[in-house]
Design a protein around this ligand. Structure first.
Ligand code: ZN
Length: 491
């Protein structure tokens, strides 16, 4: 089966374009990864979750995806942090890579197909710099090598800037143009260094992604991804380095996710002190609610962040799980059309929505990967399930009517990684993570429920009702199930 066509916004052309692969059926995808000098926070999490979901979606649509995401494990920030802590920079980086894997595994992310690191890519980096010097695109100065922006006519094409108004932040001396940037930095005292034709030193930041994407995916790639904050200088410089070194167009499409923004309009960042690490968020919220939060807006839009963002995302996700649970519990073995006819319009509607869900879902994902619209469709379906569930025969006969809806939810799981858990397992994780945060104690709740059952057995309805009301006030909902009384947190 040939893969399904889709369209994607290209930051290079600033337009939504049909995807045309370099090689039929394949997607070569490179995404800029973490600089490993600290834990991954919710802001980093967006690029990780967006490209994880995008990869799942592409594979579901039949594409053979080769997904590469790097680790920047040689960098000024790593060296500085290591010195502050009296550690070897390589050791510090290695520790944070282990933390990153732990946290992103917990978050339910797939590992990329390849995770190259700067420290193990030095020969590729040196080779590319040698090529750039040979071709007249780079020059040496006192043991450092700088890229000459004036040697590449198209410099500035991604960020649409005039090269003569730009300057690079690199501190190397001997620049021929203020925007020239470092490919290789001459050794400074107490820094990790590698031998090179220009003397001991280490790579600049940008060259690593050019060298690693070429060595992992070839000279040309289909999609280059990353946060929109990387457009300049990082991605602009990647284009200049790679296209000068190979003489070919580097990435066909540039795909950038928007940033998390504080309600005040600030960007989330370590320097602003408004950062929540994924590992801390995971202690208080189910992993999937964090994923849901990060996918709820279109990937190119800003994503508002506030102290209530994750609890709001959790309560939205819980609504989807409630609907799924209602649907799962419905029985019956008649033909769906028969049941819909006999149970009325709500039944007919949930059947119709369920049957058309997959097609509508894929349509919005095929048009610039619109996760916001895909979740809106899921809520439309969830509301229809809830309306139908109110019918007194729904539980006994509704199963065939909601079967298509449940299959639709499965497609949501396969493409976005949302709603894949058993509703009971989801509830269990909610209890495990939210009870303490909400000031509740499972033992006390169970004791009250037992007291209520006793009151009911004794036909003391007043006492039984008052216990239930008291629990409701504290956000605990009781449910009569075939297995007896179960409870959940009202989110
Ligand atoms: Zn990069």
């Amino acid at each position: 089966m040939s893969p399904a066509p889709f369209r994607i916004y290209n930051s290079l052309t600033k337009a939504i374009e049909p995807f045309v692969p370099i090689e039929e059926g394949r997607v070569r995808l490179y995404v800029c990864g973490m600089t490993v000098y600290d834990h991954i926070h919710v802001g980093h999490g967006r690029a990780m979750v967006v490209f994880d979901a995008f990869t799942r979606y592409l594979r579901y649509r039949g594409w053979n995806v080769n997904f590469v995401r790097n680790f920047t494990d040689v960098d000024d920030k790593i060296i500085k942090r290591a010195h502050e802590r009296g550690l070897d920079p390589a050791e510090l980086a290695q520790n944070y890579i282990a933390h990153f894997h732990h946290d992103t595994d917990q978050l339910g992310l797939m590992r990329p197909d390849q995770e190259p690191r700067v420290s193990t890519s030095i020969p590729d980096i040196i080779n590319m710099i040698k090529t750039l010097i040979k071709k007249g695109n780079a020059y040496e100065h006192e043991g450092s090598v700088l890229f000459s922006v004036k040697s590449f006519d198209e410099y500035g094409k991604l960020s649409r800037q005039n090269v003569d108004e730009l300057r690079s932040a690199d501190e190397e001396t001997g620049k021929r143009h203020a925007a020239d940037f470092a490919l290789w930095k001459a050794a400074k005292p107490n820094e990790p260094t590698w031998p090179s034709p220009w003397g001991p030193g280490r790579p600049g930041w940008h060259i690593e992604c050019s060298a690693m994407s070429c060595s992992c995916l070839g000279d040309k790639i289909d999609i280059h991804g990353g946060g929109v904050d990387l457009v300049f200088p990082h991605h602009e410089n990647e284009i200049a380095q790679t296209e000068c070194a190979t003489g070919k167009k580097f990435a066909t499409y540039w795909m950038h996710n928007g940033m998390l923004t504080m309600t005040s309009g600030q960007k989330m960042g370590k320097s602003l002190g408004n950062v929540i690490n994924i590992r801390d968020a995971l202690k208080e919220y189910p992993a999937e609610s964090i994923r849901f939060y990060l996918l709820q807006n279109h990937y190119r839009s800003a994503l508002p962040w506030s102290g209530t963002a994750l609890s709001e995302a959790l309560s939205m996700l819980a609504r989807l799980y409630d609907a799924k649970e209602q649907a799962v519990r419905m029985g019956g073995s008649e033909k769906a059309e028969q049941v819909a006819q006999s149970l009325g319009t709500d039944a007919q509607q949930v059947l119709d929505l369920g049957l058309s869900f997959k097609e509508k879902l894929l349509k919005v994902l095929d048009e610039d990967f619109n996760t916001a619209q895909s979740l809106a469709l899921a809520f439309e379906l969830a509301r229809a399930i809830n309306r139908f569930a109110a019918h007194k025969k729904a539980k006994k006969r509704g199963g065939p009517v909601v079967a298509a809806a449940l299959e639709g939810f499965d497609v949501l799981t396969e493409t976005l990684g949302i709603l894949g858990a058993d509703p009971k397992a989801f509830q269990a994780e909610v209890k495990e993570k939210r009870l303490e945060a909400m000031g509740l104690d499972a033992q006390a709740i169970e004791t009250q429920i037992a007291a209520r059952s006793q009151a009911r057995d004794a036909k003391d309805w007043a006492l039984s009702d008052s216990i239930r009301d008291e629990l409701n006030e504290r956000g605990i909902v009781l449910m009569d199930t075939p297995n007896g009384i179960e409870w959940k947190i009202n989110l």
